[in-house]
Design a protein around this ligand. Structure first.
Ligand code: HEC
Length: 466
């Protein structure tokens, strides 16, 4: 590999300051997923209530034509906007990942976009013309809207699941093997169950705002609650999902990474609370749910979604596409060459800040290339704090053996000088950037020791054979 083939040279570098890159994507992603899933469940629910209305349930049509319709519309408009925002942020943070996804799944993306266009068109047509249409046309339009929104989930789900569990695609199985990968089905079913639950909870809030006697609202709520019933199978789907995860990812979730384990707990706990209330209270005992409680449950469901998405993204570490591309946009088979050329030999981009001396500037470039997908210097997952108590040699050792320090980090893709430059940068940052800082020149013995540590660690990821 010549230096200019290096991935680092391909795409411009973006610096999100104290915001960790992964968090920027995660934040937009969580809002997007929540709204998009609500729009799917909401669409199905509108179809169901339209049918109930045509079969004589009073007030069902008022519900479909009223506030709920607006809510679904808003959620798909904002859902679409945040979807665009996802593209905007991911092409800045992980252009190479997106490039690979498009290379592999070009026509499947196109299919997804067609369904999405149908969803938008059907939804908008119903919004504009729904009131003037006859019963059959209304039902058909709503069915089309619900189907199209679920189909866009179907297609995007396969591509996202592939990132985590590429399955037989890794052995040359091709596009369909990648699409129908091991986590395809559990995550599709799981997301469908989430969608209908979100739709049901939002519906309960809306029904409470309707100007109706309580018993008539209760009738509507009983019907809407049925849509939350799939939450009962979510524990099974979650276990199924966990079972198809690669062993190391599963171990992060089950104690290997404290942050991830806690988020698993939050997601499971919040889902259990929502599920318990829905099943025991709404479905079995047929209780009435007021607006405040429904809002609380929807809030909990948002928390569960946020934690769940965080876990799904985190479980991929150290990869964005498992086995193929690290979070740093470096391919596993490029690490060995970067060990020889250095991590920054092909980095043409200027640094945002000035550093006293060449070595610290090099350290900053190394950090940008190898760490800042998952860390910041002082903000989220701050390197300064994580390493504050480490002595210099401990730092050298742990950075050189990065994938052995924590299995969810990729191997260090640079040479001994890169490690040393990063160590000195961390020392300087740790002491709050002292003015007269002069890094001691690294002795040949130190560099040789680092090189030995790099060799001992090898160039493979922690979970791979060395
Ligand atoms: C794929 C994402 C990822 C990349 C890339 C990454 N790290 Fe990490 N690193 C993490 C996570 C997640 C943690 C766990 C943080 C925690 O425990 O709170 C971590 C922990 C650490 C720790 C603390 C380890 C310990 O045992 O306490 C250090 C030090 C560290 N990283 C340094 C680096 C450096 C330096 C780089 C770049 C050369 C880097 N990391 C690249 C994700 C990453």
């Amino acid at each position: 590999m010549s230096p200019i083939d290096s991935p680092i040279a391909h795409y411009p570098v973006n610096d999100f300051g104290p915001l960790m890159k992964g968090l920027v994507i995660g934040g937009v992603g969580i809002v997007h997923v929540f709204l998009a899933q609500f729009a799917i469940g909401g669409g199905m629910l509108m179809w169901y209530f339209e049918r109930l209305g045509q079969r004589g349930l009073p007030d069902a049509r008022t519900f479909v034509d009223g506030y709920f319709k607006v809510l679904v519309l808003v959620s798909f408009v904002v859902g679409a906007l945040t979807g665009v925002a996802m593209w905007f942020t991911t092409i800045q943070v992980g252009a190479r990942t997106i490039g690979l996804m498009i290379d592999e799944f070009h026509w499947l993306w196109a299919t997804e976009w067609v369904w999405f266009a149908v969803e938008i068109t059907a939804g908008y047509a119903f919004y504009r013309a729904g009131r003037r249409l006859g019963g059959r046309a209304r039902l058909r339009l709503l069915a089309l809207y619900a189907l199209a929104s679920w189909m866009s989930l179907f297609w995007i789900n396969g591509i996202l699941a592939w990132q985590l569990t590429p399955g037989r695609w890794l052995d040359g199985g091709g596009m369909w093997a990648g699409f129908f990968n091991p986590s395809f089905l559990p995550s599709l079913l799981f997301r469908t169950a989430v969608s209908t639950t979100l739709g049901a909870l939002a519906a309960c809030i809306v029904i409470n705002t309707m100007d109706l006697p309580r018993d008539r609202r209760a009738q509507l709520i009983r019907r809407a609650s049925r849509f939350a019933a799939p939450i009962a199978v979510m524990p099974v789907l979650a276990l199924w999902f966990a079972a198809v995860l690669p062993g190391d990812s599963r171990s992060w979730l089950l104690g290997g990474s404290m942050a991830m384990t806690m988020f698993v707990g939050v997601a499971a706990g919040a889902s259990l609370l929502v599920g318990g209330y829905v099943i025991a209270g709404l479905i079995v005992q047929r209780l009435y749910i007021n607006g405040a409680t429904a809002t609380l449950l929807l809030g909990l469901a948002f928390g569960a979604t946020a934690a769940g998405e965080f876990v799904r993204e985190g479980a991929r570490k150290p990869y964005t596409v498992r086995g193929v591309l690290y979070s740093t946009s470096i391919r596993p088979d490029e690490v060995a060459a970067l060990r020889r050329t250095g991590a920054t030999a092909a980095d043409p981009y200027p640094l945002r800040e000035r550093y006293p001396g060449e070595q610290l500037a090099r350290g900053a470039r190394v950090e940008r290339a190898l760490c800042d997908a998952c860390h910041t210097m002082r903000g989220a997952n701050a390197l300064v704090e994580l390493t504050r108590t480490w002595a210099d040699d401990q730092l050298r050792l742990n950075l050189a053996k990065l994938q052995r320090t924590k299995g969810f980090m990729p191997p260090f893709a640079g040479n001994a000088e890169d490690v040393e430059a990063l160590v000195q940068l961390l020392r300087w940052e740790r002491d709050d950037r002292p003015a007269g800082f002069a890094a001691p020149p690294a002795s040949p013995e130190t560099l040789a020791q680092i090189a030995r540590w790099l060799d001992e660690a090898g160039t493979a990821a922690a979970g791979e054979p060395r």
